[in-house]
Design a protein around this ligand. Structure first.
Ligand code: SAM
Length: 461
């Protein structure tokens, strides 16, 4: 339920206005901001969404004009999408590696290279501004000539350099290894390619999906979601938004709630990690009586706002689900657990640079704990759907296998024939596994799905 429009396209550049007073030259403030924010992602593992939040984000970003914000967003997402390729090329152009601690210089070079290689920014302007940027920073001043030489060469030899890195992995080495191990080299390669372009915007509609697809010039996907073409303007201005006819939800994110079945009338379902509420809304619409929990007050407020707009009701509870107990056990529970989010790399290309393998292993343990608790909240025979947006089986398949083996949960397998157009997403054991390589592009609509895992489990009788 992300109502804000995100774009990777650089806005037309214009002189920095108003707040960017420090800028000596038009466009310089945006480049300086891009390099510093890139450093915050790469060196301090700060999330890009957090940094670029228009209200609570970094002042470095918030102080920019709207147009510069668009440019900075484009530079950052592009730098992150193509980082290993950019670094490879930069290394190949330098006679000696940069000094170990020269992080600000590295960030400057990467963000300038992203503009030259992949963005619609005139090369000479990207080079000139990068040199000026180096001169304005005492840490980088002595490298200004190097910046000039390397970027000019990058610009001159762009075509041949780009062909050198075509097909080269865009992931950190550790993630490449994990993907290869989980999916095999070919699928891992396809998932790698998927990160190079931004994800499409998908909508879940309350009803009349075909009509809405027509009205919004969207493509009705086999998942039931509507995929939009390039949206120009705010998503909130589209027909149906104000009246609460639909909400933004990746097509894969709309699948886990469907594992309970289409008609949930009379069922009491607890949505344990509910905010911002996309899946809660689906469960309510299917007829369930929903209790929605989240431990974040801000996010629960967003969930309530979203449900209000959609005209839907749920009982909401601000609580850590691990401390939540109930006298009357629920018929079913959805646990859409906090995870590494590696399935959302097309939308969040910072994820792989802000998460480490150790963190993923720790998150898998948290999810296992949450799932064990979720199973105690439903009646014997009750269903628990576990889901997350990770591509790593440690957080999904492997963890669920342990609980099934222990006898704490029984799998209620999905049948591929119940998922027309998504048969490949049903695993041999009957779980749902989507990847960004699924759903081919068609008629100008982008392809791809977020990487999601979902298992339908039953509490044994
Ligand atoms: C992946 S998001 C859920 C997305 C949501 N199901 C949807 O479809 O819109 C995970 C949510 O779990 C919440 N969360 C994480 N740990 C929790 C816990 N122990 N108890 C309750 N909520 C938790 C987070 O605040 C976050 O909102």
């Amino acid at each position: 339920m992300n109502d804000r429009r995100r774009t990777d396209s650089p806005s037309k550049r214009s002189p920095d206005k108003g707040k960017a007073k420090a800028a000596a030259k038009p466009g310089l403030a945006a480049r300086q901001a891009a390099a510093r924010l890139f450093g915050a992602v790469i060196d301090k593992q700060t999330s890009l969404d957090g940094l670029l939040d228009p209200v609570t984000g970094s002042p470095i970003y918030r102080d920019l004009s709207d147009e510069d914000r668009g440019l900075v967003r484009a530079i950052l997402t592009t730098s992150l999408r193509f980082l290993p390729r950019i670094e490879f090329l930069l290394n190949s152009l330098m006679k000696t590696p940069l000094p170990e601690g020269a992080r600000a210089l590295q960030h400057l070079l990467v963000t300038a290279s992203a503009q030259i290689l992949y963005l619609d920014v005139p090369d000479h302007s990207a080079v000139d501004l990068a040199v000026e940027q180096a001169q304005a920073d005492p840490r980088n001043r002595r490298f200004a000539a190097l910046v000039n030489a390397v970027l000019r060469r990058l610009s001159r030899e762009k075509d041949s350099l780009l062909s050198q890195v075509e097909g080269r992995s865009t992931f950190p080495t550790w993630f490449d290894a994990r993907l290869g191990e989980a999916y095999g080299p070919e699928l891992a390669r396809q998932i790698g390619e998927s990160i190079l372009s931004p994800a499409a915007i998908d909508l879940t509609v309350k009803d009349q999906a075909e009509d809405w697809a027509q009205r919004l010039d969207g493509r009705l996907l086999p998942t039931g979601s509507i995929r939009l073409r390039n949206v120009s303007g705010a998503i909130t201005e589209l027909p149906g938004y104000a009246e609460g006819a639909w909400w933004v939800q990746d097509a894969a994110a709309a699948l886990p709630a469907r594992l309970f079945g289409a008609d949930l009338k009379g069922q009491r379902i607890v949505d344990l990690c509910a905010a911002p509420g996309g899946k809660t809304a689906q469960l309510i619409l299917a007829g369930a009586d929903v209790t929605a929990l989240d431990q974040s007050a801000n996010r629960l407020k967003r969930l309530q706002g979203n449900l209000d707009r959609l005209g839907l009701n749920a009982e909401t509870r601000l609580t850590n689900m691990e401390q939540f107990t109930t006298e009357t056990l629920f018929d079913a529970a959805l646990l859409d657990a906090p995870c590494s989010s590696t399935g959302t790399i097309r939308r969040h290309p910072d994820v792989l640079w802000t998460k480490s393998p150790d963190e993923i292993d720790k998150l898998a343990l948290v999810q296992e704990r949450l799932l064990r608790h979720a199973l105690t909240l439903v009646r014997p025979g009750g269903i628990v759907v576990f889901s997350n947006c990770s591509l790593d089986p440690r957080e999904g398949e492997n963890m669920v296998a342990r609980l099934v083996e222990e006898g704490l949960a029984e799998r209620v397998p999905l049948s591929p024939s119940d998922w027309p157009g998504l048969e490949d997403a049903v695993t041999p054991l009957g779980d749902m596994r989507t990847t960004p390589a699924m759903i081919a592009p068609e008629d100008g609509y982008a392809g791809g799905l977020d990487g999601f895992y979902a298992a339908r489990l039953r509490r044994p009788l």
